[in-house]
Design a protein around this ligand. Structure first.
Ligand code: HEC
Length: 105
């Protein structure tokens, strides 16, 4: 029992020592370009101003084509969960935009 604990202690000290001095190297990475902007359409400016502060347009455009109620719930989630500062009026316009540009119709 004691031996086991000692071995465990030594092992965790070794792991800590290995992690103690991280050395970061700078490296150039060729990442695929993000879709930086929303496709044009009515209210695209409102959507761009309110939805691109925290993540790229890809976060939205990579979603399946979703119906209005789902987009409305998603915008509400951004406001309530992630504290996106979006007014009621803008939220309604954004839901219009998303439904028109990324909805099933
Ligand atoms: C205050 C920051 C913020 C703003 C502004 C914001 N989002 Fe997000 N959004 C997030 C975070 C954080 C996530 C989760 C990221 C992750 O899971 O990696 C997210 C994820 C998403 C996702 C992926 C699905 C999900 O629910 O995780 C969608 C779609 C999305 N946001 C749409 C929008 C739309 C549309 C707007 C504009 C109305 C918006 N976001 C504005 C922070 C924000």
């Amino acid at each position: 029992m004691k031996k086991f604990l000692l071995a465990e202690l030594i092992l965790s000290l070794m792991v800590m020592a290995a992690q103690a001095a991280p050395s970061f190297k700078s490296r150039q990475a060729d990442l695929p370009p993000d879709a930086a902007a929303f496709p044009d359409g009515p209210n695209v400016k409102v959507a761009s101003q309110n939805c691109l502060a925290c993540h790229s347009a890809d976060m939205v455009l990579d979603q399946p084509l979703l119906p209005r109620a789902t987009w409305a719930a998603e915008v509400t989630k951004m406001r309530n969960v992630y504290k996106a500062p979006i007014s009621d009026a803008d939220a309604a316009l954004i839901v219009d935009y998303l439904t028109a540009r990324h909805g099933p119709n």
